[in-house]
Design a protein around this ligand. Structure first.
Ligand SMILES: [Zn+2]
Length: 293
């Protein structure tokens, strides 16, 4: 009897061990840093060389949200999207454009040339490891000029990979009452998203301790741009009102964002033209006088 129980236990243990081993073997992580070197090769094949670079930032997010809000939210979206459409996700990246928040605690704003160099060397290194389609998923509004510019600079010299910049998603209908004024930074929408992605990091009781109203301190036509425009309008680095945020709104917005990223990954995997045309362009640009006129 005792022998029999031992045998049953041993068999059960063996079975559960081999079962969990099988589970770990079939479930390939989407995160670069979690893969073994051997599994990384498999991941590159499975993703068809498609790798995501979720781009966040470290900056104040009103009086009530964490400094890493953009990084936390964009990674949440990338991770959920990659579960649906497999891609490898590069580790935390936050070396973006955020000079307008240098007067606030916790901001990390690298110099302009380092931002471009670091991003180029990062995508180069990703490509050297088989990521021939590098998809930058932007999570930070302040990168709105940096990222298209970076993508454009890929034409400066030849690369054997394509940089895709994915940004934005369909706006979701607000669950709460209609609001007036901008809701651009740490306001209702973004706070709603953090209520879903990292609810334990939201301090709703502090959301009204500073003003997120547009202070309209400079008066220039829309056709004129200055770097101080944001500080002129939102000196607290807060735009909107986070106190009206709801989890329902966050869930709707994040789902729309995830769906948009999934669609983008699928389209990028299917895109064979960009790399082909890019290669043709590099060849032609080496001797422009031979280009037919
Ligand atoms: Zn943000």
């Amino acid at each position: 009897m005792r022998y029999c129980i031992v045998l049953i236990l041993a068999t059960a243990l063996l079975f559960s061990a081999s079962h969990s081993q099988a589970q770990t073997q079939t479930k390939l992580s989407t995160k670069w840093e979690e893969l073994t070197a051997g599994d990384f090769k498999e991941a590159i094949a499975k993703s068809q060389g498609t790798c995501l670079l979720p781009f966040g930032i470290l900056e104040k997010h009103g009086p009530h949200l964490p400094i890493g809000t953009d990084l936390l939210n964009v990674r949440y979206v990338a991770e959920h999207a990659a579960q649906q459409e497999y891609a490898i996700i590069f580790p935390e990246y936050f070396a973006g454009q955020i000079f307008e928040a240098r007067h606030q605690p916790g901001t990390i704003a690298y110099s302009p040339d380092l931002q471009l160099r670091l991003l180029q060397e990062t995508t180069d290194e990703m490509a050297r490891n088989g990521c021939k389609k590098v998809v930058i998923i932007n999570g930070h509004g302040g990168n709105e000029h940096l990222l298209p510019y970076f993508a454009q600079t890929q034409l400066y010299q030849p690369h054997d990979y394509v940089v895709y910049v994915q940004w934005g998603h369909e706006a979701t209908k607000k669950v709460g009452a209609e609001k007036t004024g901008p809701d651009w930074h740490a306001g209702e929408s973004e706070t709603s998203n953090v209520l879903v992605t990292h609810p334990n990091l939201v301090h709703m009781d502090r959301a009204n301790s500073e003003s997120g109203a547009d202070q309209k301190r400079v008066h220039l036509p829309d056709s004129v741009y200055t770097g101080i425009w944001w500080y002129a309008r939102f000196p607290n680095h807060y735009s909107g009102d986070g106190s009206t945020a709801t989890k329902e709104q966050g869930e709707a917005d994040l789902q729309s964002w995830i769906n948009t990223v999934v669609r983008a990954i699928k389209a990028i995997k299917a895109d064979d033209e960009s790399l082909k045309l890019q290669t043709e362009f590099y060849q032609e640009s080496a001797h422009p006088l031979d280009t037919a006129q």
